[in-house]
Design a binder for this molecule. Structure first.
Ligand SMILES: [Zn+2]
Ligand SMILES: [Zn+2]
Length: 165
C-alpha cells in the first residue's frame, strides 16, 4: 500500500473531507489514525467470523472539521478517493481469501484427486484512487501547534481539529 493511495499529500498530511460542509482539509496523522484506517479496511472485508472482530472501538478517535466544527468518526471524513480506495482494496482482499481457499484443494490433490475446477488469482484492485484536485494551503494553529492545511480563500473562523478550540 503506497502512502499516496490514502491521500497522503506532501509532508505526509492526511486528506479529509467534512461530511457536513463538504470542504477538504489535511491533517498530520495522529497515532490513532493509522489504527482507525486499518479498522476501516477490516470493516469493509466480508468476514465469515464477523462476530469475532471488534472493529467498533476503532473509531473512538474521530475527526473534527476545522471549518464548521462538525465532529464524528473518521470514516465519515474519508474523501471520495479514499472511499473508492478502501472499497477496491477490501474487494481484492476478499478475493485473495477465496483464491487461497480454492488453492488449498489443489495443494491437497492427493486426498482429492478428482478436482473439477482451476483456481485463478484475483485481478489486482483498481488503484490508485483518482486524485482530488482542490488546492490546500498550510495555516499555523496557535492553540496547540498542530499542522493543518485548508482550502485557499477561506476567511472564516477555524476550529482546531487537534484540541477542539
Ligand atoms: Zn465541515
Ligand atoms: Zn489546537
Amino acid at each position: 500500500m503506497r502512502s499516496s493511495d490514502l491521500g497522503l499529500g506532501r509532508r505526509a498530511f492526511w486528506r479529509r473531507r467534512c461530511p457536513a460542509c463538504g470542504r477538504a482539509f489535511r491533517l498530520r496523522p495522529t497515532p490513532g489514525a493509522a489504527a482507525e484506517l486499518a479498522g476501516e479496511l477490516v470493516r469493509r472485508v466480508p468476514h465469515a467470523n464477523a462476530a469475532e472482530i471488534a472493529s467498533e472501538g476503532a473509531s473512538a478517535g474521530g475527526c473534527l472539521c476545522p471549518y464548521c466544527g462538525r465532529q464524528g468518526p473518521l470514516e465519515l471524513f474519508l474523501g471520495r478517493a479514499q472511499e473508492s480506495f478502501f472499497d477496491g482494496a477490501a474487494e481484492w482482499i476478499a478475493a485473495e481469501v477465496r483464491f487461497e481457499q480454492l488453492r488449498l484443494a489443489e495443494r491437497t490433490l492427493g486426498q482429492n484427486p478428482y478436482l473439477t475446477f482451476l483456481a485463478l488469482p484475483p485481478a489486482p484492485p483498481r488503484l490508485p484512487a483518482p486524485a482530488e484536485v482542490n488546492e490546500l494551503s498550510a495555516v499555523p494553529l496557535l492553540c496547540c501547534g498542530g499542522g493543518l492545511e485548508i482550502e485557499r480563500g477561506w476567511e472564516g473562523d477555524l476550529h482546531c481539529p487537534y484540541c477542539g478550540r
